[in-house]
Each structure stands twice: as C-alpha cells, then as structure tokens.
Write a protein that binds this ligand. Structure first.
Ligand SMILES: Nc1ncnc2c1ncn2[C@@H]1O[C@H](COP(=O)(O)OP(=O)(O)OP(=O)(O)O)[C@@H](O)[C@H]1O
Ligand SMILES: [Mg+2]
Length: 258
C-alpha cells in the first residue's frame, strides 16, 4: 500500500477546504480506507475541529519541517494522533506554521520537504489528505509538490470565481518549476439550487472547466457548521443528510481516479 495524496487547496478563504478535507477524509474512512489528514493551515481549523488544542500539542507538523531527515520516522510517531476524528488519523497544525517562510529561508530544496518526509508514512495509509492554507507560500508549494491530485473546492459564488485566476497563475508557475502539470480536479461547494446566482456560477464552471470538474456538486447544508461546533463529522449527525451524501459521492469519484 502506498497512499494517494490529496491536496485540498484554493487561495480563496472560506470556500470549504477544511470541510472538504475533514468530510471527504471521513467518507473515505467509512468506505474502509485508512486515512491521515495533515493540517497545513497555521489557523489549524481541522485540528481544532478534532478538538485538539494548542496547549495539548507536544509536536505538530511545524516540527517536521524543521527536523533533520533522520528524525522524521520518530517524529511522525509523536505527531500523528490515531483515530482523532471519525476514524481518521490527524497530524495537527500549529500557528507556528506561519513562521515557516522565515524559518526555511536558507534551506535548500524547501519546496519538497513534505514530499520527502511523507515517504515514511505513505505505506501505512490509503489516502493522505492535506488541508491547505488560503494563501500562496511555502506550505502550499510543499502540498502541491507532494500531491497526487489537487482538489480545488470552488464556492458557487461570483466573488469566488475572481480568486480562481490567481490560483491558476500559481499553478502555471509551479507547472513550469516542476516540469510537469499538477493534476487537478475542482469541486463546486455550498451550492444552493434555489438561487439563480448559484446556478449561473455552476453553469459557468461547467462550461469553463469541463472534465476538470468532478460530477459531484456539494450542496449547502447547515449541518457542516453544526458538526465542527460539536467536534464530530456530518456522518455522526445524520449520515443520510444532503451534505453527507454529497461527500460520499465525491469519495467514490476520488477512489475511481486511480
Ligand atoms: N456545503 C456547505 N454548506 C454549508 N456550510 C458550509 C459548507 N461547506 C463549508 N461550510 C461552512 O463554511 C465555513 C467555511 O468553510 P471551511 O472552513 O471549510 O472553509 P475553508 O476554505 O477551509 O476556509 P479557510 O480559507 O479560512 O481555511 C465553515 O463555517 C463551514 O462550516
Ligand atoms: Mg480551512
């Protein structure tokens, strides 16, 4: 077994990245897959969602980025929290991840630290999900370099479309640096079929992105907020709810990518 790595990223904030990382991860775990979620966001929302609090974290992903390569196997054991949320293992994030840009300024090959570090955990999982921060920087670059697929949640909202150009500019730069295009799929989120604006944005996305768009559309569902408030997933609240079924469909599409 060698895990497939799913980077959940979009430079735009609040589009459903963390919700997708947690819920897709949970849907994959419900399908019998072994899942590890890495919280690469300094705001550590996925970590907080799992009710892992800063004061209780001995080691976070920040330590991995700074450690010597020989320390990595031992560090992973200290970082990973088994079954932290809905049968997903979680590697917590930390506010100190925000300092990485400075911490790593002299480090050679700093864009591939995660790729190299993850080799030690790939054999233990089916999927490793990366919850990325909403800005371009060393964390996003590490995530994209390490990813087998980039999953871009796109809020079905006109303002969200404007942020997309930025993301594709970044991808263009990275494609050149890597010498190969990053494989990506986008997923429309927070879709409210009753509103004209949502329908128009969805039609635009389908027209512009074609087969780069997953068929699954994530509908709006208030239970997502409820789940994060309760430190559980939508599957624990109502496994037959709209939001739960949407991510179940997305998980099936993801599993059929390879
Ligand atoms: N499909 C949905 N229906 C309703 N609410 C949703 C849905 N997806 C996400 N939300 C809510 O929208 C808010 C933002 O979502 P989330 O935190 O997943 O976005 P994000 O892209 O990770 O944000 P950030 O860029 O700040 O990390 C959260 O309160 C979440 O519960
Ligand atoms: Mg987030």
């Amino acid at each position: 077994m060698a895990a497939k790595v799913l980077a959940i990223a979009n430079q735009k904030g609040g589009v459903g990245k963390t919700t997708t990382a947690v819920t897709l991860g949970s849907a994959l775990a419900r399908a019998g897959k072994k899942v590890l979620l890495l919280d690469l966001d300094p705001h550590a929302c996925a970590t907080l969602h799992a009710r892992i609090y800063a004061q209780d974290i001995g080691h976070s992903l920040h330590d991995l980025f700074l450690a010597e390569e020989s320390q990595w196997p031992e560090l992973w054991n200290k970082i990973i929290r088994a079954n932290a949320l809905a049968h997903i293992d979680i590697a917590p994030g930390s506010i100190r991840l925000a300092e990485l840009e400075l911490d790593l300024r002299e480090r050679k090959g700093k864009g591939a630290i995660l790729l190299r570090g993850m080799r030690h955990v790939l054999p233990q999982y089916d999927y490793i999900v990366l919850d990325c921060p909403p800005h371009v920087g060393i964390l996003l670059v590490n995530a994209l370099v390490a990813a087998d697929v980039l999953i871009i949640p796109i809020q079905t909202d006109f303002l969200a479309l404007h942020g997309l150009k930025l993301l594709f500019d970044t991808l263009g730069i990275l494609n050149k640096a890597l010498g190969k295009p990053v494989f990506y799929r986008a997923v429309p989120t927070m879709f409210d079929k009753r509103t004209k604006a949502c329908n128009r944005v969805l039609a635009l996305l389908q027209e512009k992105m074609g087969s780069s768009l997953f068929s699954t559309i994530i509908g709006i569902d208030t239970r997502f907020r409820e789940a994060s408030a309760q430190g559980c997933t939508i599957y624990d609240l109502d496994a037959r709810s709209r939001g739960a079924l949407c991510y179940e469909c997305l998980a099936k599409e993801v599993m059929s990518l390879w």
